[in-house]
Design a protein around this ligand. Structure first.
Ligand code: ATP
Length: 528
């Protein structure tokens, strides 16, 4: 008997999306209504045209769509989603007369937030707007002094932080934040208010919706609702019970810069390369007349110029037979090293399944003798400062290979990454898409290699079918290369044992703090 597959019901508005493929890139001087100052800023960034997704979003925001609907944007990795939302927001706010926090962009990790802030910082100052960051990179006090303007007092009078009568003002028009630090400011920073917010961007939506992070989303939505008792009778009681004196609820018609005009609706823009279609998850966003913008008919899409490969090795016997081997587990590091040697100095990211195996693999590779490649580790196990330093060296090309846990999977944009290697097969197609998407960005070519055990081949094929990528060709390294690495490998394994032992004894010495951190977790679910 045929068992019918249960499919998730699609929300009615998702059935008629705008197809981004119908749009073409548009030269900057032809973009309708683009502020000339922004055109100059984009030109300085080295951009001469807008990508299709940016043109499509422009149409729905600055163009005839006029920001009337909330936008759900599902377009492939590297297609330019950041500028797709940053540009219309900046253009729209360029006419504001009074400074207050009007746009909030939320991202799941600190490195991603830093990256997005850079994009805003490259265009917003051109039209007199300021951009702030709330990610916990600096102390909360430093962050507050960046975000909140102290009142100018007469000589001899000191600023009293407890004085509720003195009005504090935002120093920024746009804030890029991670949920944790955002909640810190909502809960305890005097003068921090979402009262004037006009735009809320939830980037990497499916990742952010997966974890509640102190209920940041319901909190932001409550704090940005209009205070109309008849419409939201429960809002006041929720706020007074949860936030005491820090009520930032919007007051109709009394917004700074909007006096006498109807209050603008809070526009939401949600984005991902793997946007969820789950109605219960999307319901959390309380979207207004949402419009889905997607690329083609398929839900999951890989970048056009990405080539996917299964890594194998070959052996020629008496010039006749070519025998393929899928990676045997004890030889996996050798397959990897043989491949890295073939790729030479091309920038590569090697993904593993956990922070622990990232550390182990990176240590092993560095014990391999002189491979002529600079290899570094990037994982959630490391301190943020260390990760940022590594990322900087990788961006600058001082490091060629980054061995990474899934901390690097989403959104990270590093110029010139030509290859992604899945040392461990990803558990989900979404993870494959985000990992592979670190290459082949902005229309460039790139390759994604996956090391597979024999028993993983079927699962891999099934997984890639979800992205309509059924036939993944082999990429073969010669068995002779693997053979020639065996001696170095055995020696590296011996040294690895010593290194692991000395790390373990250091851990024991410094107590349980480190061991708590190093517990293996599937990094897919780790917070950045
Ligand atoms: N109009 C443009 N012209 C040239 N390059 C661009 C343009 N827009 C964006 N880019 C570049 O394209 C790359 C990818 O952009 P971005 O990081 O916004 O992609 P994304 O769609 O958000 O990817 P992901 O889903 O992985 O987060 C970046 O290096 C960015 O600088």
């Amino acid at each position: 008997m045929e068992v019918k597959k249960r499919s998730t019901p699609i929300l009615p508005w998702m059935r008629s999306p705008v197809d981004v493929n119908q749009f073409e890139a548009c030269a900057l001087n032809l973009v309708p209504c683009l502020d000339p100052r922004l055109e100059v800023a984009l030109d300085k960034m080295g951009f001469s045209s807008l990508f299709p997704v940016q043109v499509a979003v422009w149409q729905e925001t600055i163009g005839p769509g006029a920001f009337e609907r909330d936008l759900c944007i599902n377009s492939p990795t590297g297609s330019g989603k950041t500028l797709a939302y940053a540009l219309p927001i900046v253009q729209k706010l360029s006419t504001r007369s009074v400074k207050c926090l009007r746009a909030l962009v939320v991202l799941p990790t600190r490195d991603l937030a830093l990256q997005v802030k850079e994009v805003f910082a490259a265009i917003a100052p051109a039209v007199g707007l300021s951009v702030g960051l709330a990610v916990g990179q600096s102390s909360i006090a430093d962050e507050i002094s960046e975000l909140i303007k102290r009142p100018k007092l007469e000589a001899g009078i000191c600023y009293d932080p407890e004085d509720l009568t003195c009005e504090l003002q935002s120093s920024v028009d746009i804030l890029v934040a991670t949920p944790g630090r955002l909640m810190d400011h909502i809960n305890s920073t005097k003068g921090f208010t979402l009262e004037h917010l006009c735009y809320l961007v939830v980037d990497e939506t499916d990742r952010l919706l997966r974890e509640a992070y102190q209920s940041w989303l319901p909190t932001v939505l409550q704090l940005t609702q209009s205070n109309e008792e008849s419409l939201f009778p429960l809002a006041n009681s929720f706020l007074s019970s949860n936030f005491g004196s820090l009520k930032t609820i919007r007051r109709c018609g009394v917004e700074r810069g909007f006096k006498g005009k109807p209050h603008p609706r809070l526009v939401k823009m949600v984005l991902s390369a793997t946007l969820t279609q789950d109605p219960s998850k999307l319901a959390q966003l309380n979207l207004h007349h949402p419009l889905l913008m997607t690329t083609g008919k398929r839900r999951y899409q890989l970048p056009e110029k990405l080539e996917s490969y299964k890594l194998v090795c070959f052996k020629t016997l008496a010039n006749i037979y070519v025998v393929f081997f899928i990676c045997e587990s004890n030889l996996r590091p050798l397959y990897l090293v043989a491949l890295l040697q073939e790729l030479g100095e091309e920038k590569c990211i090697v993904f593993t399944s956990s922070t622990e195996s990232t550390h182990r693999l990176c240590t092993l590779l560095n014990l391999f003798g002189d491979l002529g490649i600079k290899i570094k580790e990037y994982s959630g196990l490391q301190r943020q400062s260390r990760r940022s330093k590594t990322l900087k060296s990788f961006r600058e090309g001082k490091v060629q290979v980054l061995v990474s846990s899934d901390a690097m999977t989403r959104g990270m944009d590093v110029q010139g990454v030509r290859n992604v290697i899945n040392y461990d097969i990803p558990a989900y197609i979404k993870t494959y898409i985000h990992r592979a998407g670190r290459t082949a960005r902005a229309g460039q070519a790139g390759r994604c290699f996956t090391l597979l055990h024999k028993y993983e081949v079927k699962r891999f094929k099934k997984m890639l079918q979800k992205a309509d990528n059924e036939s993944v060709p082999h990429y073969s390294v010669p068995f002779s290369s693997i053979e020639s690495l065996r001696a170095a490998y055995n020696s590296a394994l011996g040294k690895l044992k010593e290194t692991v032992e000395s790390e373990a004894s250091r851990k024991r010495k410094f107590g349980s703090k480190f061991s708590k951190l190093s517990r293996t977790k599937p990094t897919d679910r780790r917070k950045g």
